[in-house]
Design a protein around this ligand. Structure first.
Ligand code: ATP
Ligand code: MG
Length: 271
């Protein structure tokens, strides 16, 4: 069974000071609003340690992608600060977004070229990355010749080709069937353990978050705020259907439903 420690839901961590404590990713009082629209993220403070695997969990539309885009530097907060000291994070999207006219290896090599890696080294490095995601022998195939799971592996290899110590993943496995997703969870856990990267993984799938993360951060909806955090001390490798993962998932799902109900009531009263 999950220990009491793994089942605890704590209050959000106190606001960190940007760049303080050697964190890999710091959000300090981040608020985001698009134009004159509603506040999407409200005073979000979060600190991710180097090598930590954090899952951001929340309902559709609560601002998860917005938050990840801010960390990736694709957008700026309306208020507050985002810092990724010393690194330009790599971002993996929900869709593989591979160039269809390039082979798997060429898609990866392109990322290496943009990083300034020389031609000879690019080929060897692409082969090594394909091996890391268990796609050795598929380097010559174009995306349409690969299955959905294989395409996501190429996208993961391409993200790793950017050689960033910080990997941001926005629901990368959401469109996959359960078996392929299970396999990729195993691969991602293995790669994370091998490389020691910092990973911020966005999902609305509670079990996926508990299967993967060392910490799950639950975001509330409209506006997105850090509602609760859970330390996950279930030993890796975990199985998504194990009793430990299930018990904690039920608890988090209850908290998530309570958050959604609370905000629906508040909105109804305000209107
Ligand atoms: N560029 C934009 N301009 C205006 N509104 C935006 C923009 N990007 C996101 N939003 C709004 O911000 C809110 C949060 O969107 P976001 O994509 O971050 O949600 P999400 O949590 O990632 O949802 P999902 O789980 O469905 O992917 C939504 O109401 C969305 O309409
Ligand atoms: Mg999203």
């Amino acid at each position: 069974m999950a220990s009491m420690k793994s089942l605890r839901g704590t209050a959000p961590s106190p606001a960190p000071v940007a760049g303080d404590g050697g964190a890999a990713v710091v959000l300090d009082g981040v608020t985001k609003r698009f134009g004159r629209g509603p506040i999407v993220l409200d005073d979000v403070s979060l600190s991710v340690a180097p090598g930590e695997f954090v899952c951001l969990l929340g309902a559709s539309g609560c601002g998860k992608s917005t938050l990840l885009n801010l960390v990736a530097g694709l957008d700026r907060p309306t208020r507050g600060a985002v810092a990724v000291p010393g690194h330009r994070p790599s971002l993996m999207f929900q869709e593989p977004a591979l160039f269809p006219w390039l082979t798997s290896a060429q898609n990866i090599e392109l990322a290496l070229r943009l990083r300034g890696v020389g031609k000879a080294e690019r080929r060897t490095e692409a082969e090594r990355l394909l091996e890391l995601v268990r796609l050795e022998g598929s380097g010559g195939k174009r995306p349409h010749e690969l299955s959905g799971g294989m395409r996501q592996r190429v996208a993961l290899a391409r993200a790793l080709a950017q050689d960033s110590r910080v990997l941001l993943m926005d629901e990368p496995f959401a469109a996959l069937d359960a078996i392929t997703r299970d396999l990729l969870h195993d691969e991602l856990t293995r790669i994370w353990q091998e490389l020691g990267s910092t990973i911020v993984f966005v999902t609305h799938n509670v079990r996926e978050a508990v299967r993967l993360g060392q910490r799950v951060v639950l975001l509330s909806s409209r506006p997105g705020r850090v509602a609760k955090e859970y330390a996950i001390d279930i030993k890796q490798p975990r199985r998504i259907e194990s009793p430990d993962v299930s018990a904690l998932s039920v608890r988090i799902t209850d908290d998530l439903s309570a958050e959604i109900r609370k905000h629906a009531t508040l909105r109804a009263r305000a209107s």
